[in-house]
Design a protein around this ligand. Sequence first.
Ligand code: FDA
Length: 308
Amino acid sequence: MALLRSAFIALSRNRMLRRFAEHSRAGTRLSSRFVAGLEIEDALRVAADVNRQGMLVTLDSLGESVTSEAEALRAAEVYHRLLDLIAERKLQSNISVKLTQMGLSLDPALAGRIAESLATHAAATGNFVRIDMEDSSLTQVTVDIVRRLHARADLRDVIGIVIQAYLYRSQADVEQLLADGIRIRLCKGAYKEPASVAFPQKSDVDANYVRLSALLLQSPFSHGLATHDEAMVNAAIAFATEHHIPKNHFEFQMLFGVRRDLQRRLVAEGYPVRVYIPFGREWYPYFMRRLAERPANVIFLAKNLLRK
Ligand code: FDA
């Protein structure tokens, strides 16, 4: 299983396969299992539909690791349009942004400026920017950028971060971020990390997830628990119930197309659920990380492809 996971993560970085997949019709059809569509309008349509099902949304304009400032600015422009369109259509949605798409690997100052302009725009439209977390070489710079923006009084309520339970450093990060008053999305972590920085065993990642969830649930402000793992969800619900933490004090977050049954169950039980909806032409790395999480998806997708 671990071998398959590594293989898919390696494939997610393969440029030739990526170019081929993103330009083929079959590839686009396959990706629709996890990606809302290629255009902004596709994403907004799906977001409205998810809202009608009683769930909140976060929108992700796919893309990472840009290679020029112009590319980063173009990527930012899509998010600026999204912020306006979300407000115009009164959608219950915020945005999720990857700093490498905003030029982090070229120049952290550029990514910081773009994140600041998005947060300022979000403040003006009553919205919120979640900065996604990428591989561990970028954790510190991402934390630094979010903390710096959060320190601006007008951006306090509009910027949040993601913490990955697989990293050893995450408990210390959570404690620091909670002391600052920064809203956190907790996930397990989707990248291939060495044992020097991340728990190699799934059971240790899960145990850390449960520990960190308890810290978030007890905090006076609200956070997101991003997982499709029923054991994690049930542990959070048990902890919240035992400590009389109201259902609306936190939200569960799940990816579009994953565990829709669990999403519906939680809504029916009265828990806020937010669906992460990715869209855009650059779907390949995101899609391959989803296959890495659950290789059984490959069989599922292959069957679908044959059926059409
Ligand atoms: P785990 O991988 O242990 O899976 C538990 C169960 O969930 C599986 O047995 C299966 O039933 C189901 N499941 C999980 N993944 C599935 C899939 N792809 N298809 C079908 N079923 C699946 N990561 C990161 O590094 N940085 C980030 O910023 C984010 N952001 C983020 C936002 C949101 C809203 C979510 C839900 C997830 C992320 N992630 C992320 C991804 C996260 O780190 C992790 O890789 C996945 O959520 C899978 O981990 P689970 O917690 O679901 O558990």
